[in-house]
Design a protein around this ligand. Structure first.
Ligand code: SF4
Length: 160
């Protein structure tokens, strides 16, 4: 398990399939696939919230998960907090028409919804892994720079 904690912010769309899949996939990542590595906030609370919530994206690298092209989670995070590191666009994964299907209650979820949740959850994990790997690479480069290694393209025998 990586020590790097990553913020995953889902849009709160409740009336369409895309938004609902965003929330369910985010939950799966938080509670199962990346337990202990992912943190989240409640988007409506964040929008209404104080300083602490709004520092979220300054404290954590973030992945926004959005149900449709309005990209509410990405926009709200960037407006109130800071730039997101990645956006998972659910409509590009499950199809634009399906993402906009109306949904009045969770009982109306289509029979293949778990498959859709899994696909989106895998995408979230992929983005998280990329972010962790970039951060680790930067840390290693920084350490090498500070220790004087890796500079000047010289070998370690002291020939220069
Ligand atoms: S991104 Fe789309 S689905 Fe999500 S809250 Fe906004 S309008 Fe609703």
């Amino acid at each position: 398990m990586s020590d790097i904690k990553i913020g995953v912010v889902s849009c709160s769309g409740e009336e369409c399939l895309g938004g609902t899949i965003s929330r369910l996939a985010t939950r799966k990542v938080l509670e199962d696939l990346r337990l202990g590595e992912a943190v989240t906030i409640c988007l409506p609370l964040f929008i209404a919230g104080g300083e602490e919530e709004r520092n979220f994206a300054k404290v954590y690298p973030t992945v926004a998960v959005d149900g449709c092209s309005k990209l509410c989670a990405m926009r709200a995070t960037e407006k109130y907090s800071g730039k997101v590191n990645a956006v998972v666009k659910v409509d590009e994964i499950i199809g634009k028409e399906r993402a906009l299907e109306e949904l009045v209650s969770l009982r109306e979820l289509p029979s293949d919804y778990m498959e859709l949740v899994d696909k989106v959850a895998q995408e979230i994990c992929k983005e998280m892994d990329k972010i962790s790997s970039d951060i680790l690479t930067k840390q290693v480069e920084e350490e090498l720079k500070n220790s004087g290694e890796g500079s000047g393209g010289c070998c370690c025998c002291g020939c220069k």
